[in-house]
Design a protein around this ligand. Structure first.
Ligand code: ZN
Ligand code: ZN
Ligand code: FE
Length: 755
């Protein structure tokens, strides 16, 4: 008997055909396997037992990088094949294939890397069909070597034999290379001169040991590396990179090394060791050997395990951890080009460890955190992109341009949404160039040319202007918080109306105000704003984000009016009476002071009132410090809260501010105040949701927006809502912050064009 199997998903460029070849031979089947548009087609024939074993193992045992989304099986007539063969791929067929993300070096390659008898012993760019760069080296389709940066290298005979042998684990591994024919590592000093040494990797490790700062070329860009246990090195790195307090990511050899300084739970270990190798946010141990400067005044640390052979060759030299922070200057995109690294990173790095395999497309490290029983993305990039988000139904092609900060873009093709890697803050020219590059690249490798373009409502966003200037047939504006909620609905594959809680820092509201504490009834085609945090003045607009004490003044003045000065909080003096007076004047006269319902600013304000808000060196710092303050102690009573009703539910902040002030005056510890504040919010929001459930007869709640990066809030609120028997949807596939916006925009625009 014979069967034909059609396999869809990520099944090309991941070693699927050799896997099928070997499996068919094991099951004593004859036939053919070939790439088709969108997947693989397999014809197998033989006895029933063999066919059954083949079908069940195909789904269960695929190669590690494959992701099967669909297998269909049908009976076929016997063709009388004499063997099983891999048939050459048709070019046309490869156009709709999915490109795999970059993958960390695999166990087999590691074994060879550290085996003195292997011909690739110590080869810093070792890879195979199951591992190595993919997304970042592909320039065009089909995914063949001439379309990758590896075209610059001609395989030696030995490598070519591996590449052509279906039974070899390097069969059709496009980046296949060795010492004889492939790219090589070099070590340069700050002036770009080659450092005389035997092995560049060993020499680089010893420079790190001595406390030097190195720029190290990775998969999707350069890192800045230094010994994380060396205080001087860490301090010097911060000074040179002008990065004052934002946490620095570190890399350790294995989970055992990580446990010297951080707590690693079972789920976190799975994340750390997964072949996506994200940065995982872990709880720091109270006493640990890392320099305090890694993540000052922060209970967590971002950790990843090595993912390229170069990382392994460095870390085997007994470091507890190396700092591995993005190789960029202030908010600019991560640097990918050797010459650019030499010229621009010279002000930070003492030495450069690089190689001559180009990076075609930049891709930052992904960042995840285990919260409320699931993995949450803070940043989605290397290892995950460009794997698609599967949508509930097919849509017309759309390009969505995303938001301003933490920008990503999204392209929809059929029932798949391709959310790009994190592009960054679209506030400088370099990031914008990267934004355009990514859009053009994705269009090319996905073979799409959308006639619908979606963008934010904000008239001044660079992404909005891009959309206006790149004339698609249909341009659709999407409100920021609507996009947040729809991104969460899309990844959870729900469509119908739901109660959406969209809490974040800033988004352009339909009424021209700054929104960010929004409750809406949302569906793809429309939303109804039914509630929000009551408005407060935001003196100086975006300057209030950098100086959270401004929001503190704003909330206090709104609550206590002219009694303000009697409050006499300790930080009044630090900030200076004069500056506070100016802010109050701005509020009174409504000068450069938009109104905001932002939940993020509310957190900033509370942090400011407690005295944590004199200055934020990165967005959300005060709110993060506020969350980190909380201990495990029981906080007792919570604050009074209320909301006004009518056609709009307004959550009033005055009773909460009053409660916080009373506690400060009583000398209650800041950690308790923070705990009470969080619990009050949870009680207020979940209570209001019950009212809304009755009014609208809806039981589904969707949570989205950057504020839900707050682990305590997300955990507490989902628990409270679960107790009230709500059906709750949170993010698991894209970030809850503005990195998820493009997905929501895309789905909304596609639905509008559909309907
Ligand atoms: Zn490998
Ligand atoms: Zn070779
Ligand atoms: Fe947002």
């Amino acid at each position: 008997m014979a069967r034909v199997l059609e396999v869809k998903g990520i099944v090309q460029g991941v070693g699927f055909r050799p896997f099928v070849f070997n499996l068919a031979n094991q099951c004593r089947l004859k036939g053919r396997v070939a790439n088709t548009s969108g997947g693989l087609s397999i014809h197998v024939e033989g006895i029933r037992e063999g066919l059954e074993a083949f079908c069940s193992q195909l789904a269960e045992k695929g190669p590690p990088l494959a992701r099967i989304t669909e297998i269909s099986v049908r009976s076929e007539s016997l063709k009388g094949y004499s063997s099983f063969k891999i048939v050459a791929s048709q070019r046309r067929a490869l156009k709709t294939a999915l490109i795999p993300p970059d993958v960390s070096v695999c166990e087999d390659c590691l074994r060879e890397l550290f085996d003195p008898n292997d011909r690739r012993y110590g080869y810093p760019l070792i890879n195979c069909t199951n591992c190595g760069p993919r997304y970042t080296i592909i320039a065009d389709l089909p995914y063949d070597r001439p379309h990758t940066v590896m075209r610059a290298f001609t395989m030696c005979d030995t490598c070519r034999d591996e590449y052509n042998d279906p039974a070899n684990r390097r069969f059709h591994a496009q980046p296949n290379a060795c010492f004889d024919c492939g790219p090589q590592a070099t070590l340069l000093d700050g002036a770009g001169n080659r450092v005389p040494c035997g092995d560049p990797l060993d020499e680089a490790a010893s420079l790190l040991k001595q406390g030097h700062i190195l720029a190290v070329k990775g998969l999707g860009g350069f890192h800045i590396a230094a010994d994380a246990a060396n205080r001087n090195a860490v301090t010097r790195l911060r000074q040179k990179k002008h990065r004052e307090e934002k946490p620095l990511a570190v890399m350790s050899y294995d989970p055992v090394s990580v446990r010297q300084y951080a707590h690693v739970g079972p789920e976190e270990k799975i994340l750390l060791t997964s072949h996506c190798r994200p940065i995982v946010i872990l709880r720091k141990k109270k006493i640990n050997p890392l320099s305090e400067g890694i993540s000052p005044q922060n209970g967590t640390v971002g950790v990843m395990l090595p993912y390229t052979p170069i990382h392994y060759l460095l870390l085997k030299h007994d470091f507890i951890a190396l700092i591995m922070t993005s190789g960029n200057l202030k908010e600019e995109p991560i640097i990918v080009d050797n010459a650019e690294a030499l010229s621009r990173l010279a002000q930070v790095a003492d030495y450069f460890l690089m190689h001559d395999r180009d990076i075609y497309l930049r891709c930052d490290d992904s960042i995840v955190r285990e919260t409320a029983g699931a993995t949450r993305f803070l940043r989605r990039a290397r290892g995950y992109v460009p794997a698609p988000i599967l949508l509930k139904k097919k849509h017309p092609q759309v390009l969505a341009c995303g938001a301003e900060l933490k920008n990503t873009v999204c392209l929809i093709r059929d029932d798949q949404a391709f959310v790009s890697q994190h592009i960054g803050d679209l506030t400088n020219l370099e990031t914008f160039t990267s934004f355009e590059q990514t859009i053009n690249h994705l269009k090319r490798v996905l073979d799409v040319n959308p006639e619908i373009i979606a963008h934010d409502l904000h008239p001044d966003y660079i992404s909005t202007r891009y959309a206006q200037e790149n004339g698609a047939q249909q341009r659709i504006q999407v409100q920021h918080h609507h996009a947040h909620i729809l991104s969460c609905m899309a990844e959870n594959r729900i469509e119908g109306p739901a109660i959406g809680l969209s809490f974040d820092g800033t988004g352009f509201g339909a009424d021209g105000h700054v929104w960010g504490g929004e409750i809406m009834i949302a569906e793809p085609l429309r939303y109804t704003r039914i509630g929000h945090l009551s408005n407060a003045p935001m003196p100086g607009g975006s300057s209030a984000i950098k100086e959270p004490w401004r929001m503190a003044v704003s909330y206090l003045y709104a609550t206590f009016g002219n009694e303000f000065w009697n409050l006499d909080l300790p930080w009044f003096e630090d900030v200076g009476e004069k500056r506070i007076k100016i802010i109050i004047e701005m509020i009174k006269k409504n000068i450069n002071t938009p109104a905001t319902s932002s939940m993020g600013r509310f957190f900033d304000g509370i942090a400011g009132i407690i005295g944590l808000g004199n200055r934020a060196t990165y967005e959300g710092q005060a709110a993060i410090t506020l969350e980190n303050l909380m201990g495990d102690n029981n906080v007792g009573e919570i604050y009074d809260y209320e909301w006004t009703s009518g056609d709009m539910h307004r959550m009033v902040f005055q009773p909460i501010i009053t409660g916080v002030l009373k506690d400060i005056k009583k000398g209650v510890d800041a950690s308790i105040i923070s705990g009470r504040f969080h619990l009050t919010l949870i009680r207020m929001i979940s209570g209001l949701c019950e009212v809304i459930r009755r009014e609208w007869d809806l039981n589904r709640i969707v949570l989205s927006g950057g504020v839900f990066q707050n682990a305590f809030l997300l955990t507490g609120l989902t628990r409270a809502l679960e107790e009230k028997n709500f059906e709750i949807f949170c993010h698991r596939l894209v970030p809850t912050n503005d990195g998820g916006i493009s997905l929501g925009q895309a789905v909304i625009a596609a639905s509008m064009a559909n309907g």
